[in-house]
Design a protein around this ligand. Sequence first.
Ligand code: HEC
Length: 478
Amino acid sequence: MKRVLLALTATALVATSFGSPVQTADAEAASASVPTFTKDVAPIFNRSCVRCHRPGQIAPMALLAYQDVRPWVRSIKDKVVSREMPPWGADRTRGMKFRNDPSLTQQEIDTIVAWANGGAPKGDDADMPAPPAFASDSRWTNGEPDYVFQLPADQIIPAEGELDVSNLYTKIPFTEDRFAEAIEIRPSNPRVVHHLGAYVVDLPKGAQLDAQGRLVGERSNREDEGGDREQAGFELAGASKLISYVPGRGLEVHRPGTGKRLAAGKYVRWAVHYNATGKQEIDRTKLGIWFNTKPVAHEVLTRQAGNPVPTDRMGYNNYLVNGKEIATEDPRTGRRRSKIPNIPPYAENWTIVGVTPITEPITLYGLSPHMHLRGKSLKWVVVWPDGKEDVILDVPKFDFNWQIHYELETPLRLPAGSKLLGIGVYDNSLRNRWNPGPHLEVYWAEQSWDEMYQAFTEYSIDSQDLAKLETRRLTNQQ
Ligand code: HEC
């Protein structure tokens, strides 16, 4: 709905700006102090906007050439002043710095405002910077990958209806484990892919796949086994998740010397959620891999705050709900588990804190908040062994439309004895204007009217050294 409204506003703005004369070079010369597009504005757009604002991408218009930009000047000014564009949820006044922060400095905003107010002159063509390399390649951001996985078959998306997440499997054909330094997801039909998660997994025992790459039989496409299954067959929990895709996001570049493990003999599980668009559609999403450029010493692991990290594989998920611990014992296994209770109707500040005790030194690389329409805020805090606390990332107004991955500029080392908290707040009240049903009790599930608490955290274990080819036995592994 939000997008539709924005698109309508945009059309209205185009209509009015067509009426005003386009600024000429003469007028520009008359006010030499006015910034120009080619010299002052295009470099800002290249850095912070054209990733999405280029042909074939998710934004409604390209912001590459002057003629693309000109009709949008008023709207651009409004959106950068309000900081709605570029989308970025982190509170800039606290927490750490992020290397993929596209947000504009106050000076850049002032430049755009002065340019717009001064008639948005084009400037001298000779000043125009070259567009980023990816702008001319609508396929892969960093050129051809070293290896490409694709969905096992064309997926046919029906014209209508509410679609479940499909789980599809593609075999990893390598004879030894390989490491991906960069990974990118490219749907062949971006209109229909609502979101997609890619995991490295074993097939359930005895399971078979049909020609579509789906599990055959009773266990097919069941999501309810949750995290336990994701770990299947890995020594380290968190090795399973490869990457998440949502529109506007789908490329992850790891630091040289680190990477995601593509384990020989396992499968890529594609958990893909398609949108019906009103007509039957086809998609065959691809997953591009760029192998490591340096020998990998540390594999990148992804878990959520609240999951045990890193060695306590059999440990229980540890959550506080509105301040109370909710772990219970599973009567069958005697293991402690915690299942987050449903959110009651009209609850306004329903708070979940995932608590991860750090049992040996780890290094943090990135954080991805994932919640749905009742998600209000999500914050990562480290509690150091001496009890002092620091905010790593604060997303004070979580926006469901922008599922952003925050990559630390400098990886953060957490010593044993520290704790990582992921503090999520939900608003199921009438005050939340995106709330699809304040009168409802909210369940934890996939659809956007259900909820999720996923404080995804990317890290590696400092003591791991894959270069030494030693199989390190983890202390409390069964
Ligand atoms: C992560 C992708 C992304 C980035 C980066 C981004 N945009 Fe956007 N932009 C969008 C999308 C998608 C829309 C469509 C509206 C919506 O869904 O919010 C949009 C809408 C807009 C609009 C409103 C168009 C209208 O309908 O009136 C303007 C103006 C705009 N962007 C300017 C910018 C500028 C300027 C930058 C850089 C400083 C930027 N955007 C960076 C994705 C992006």
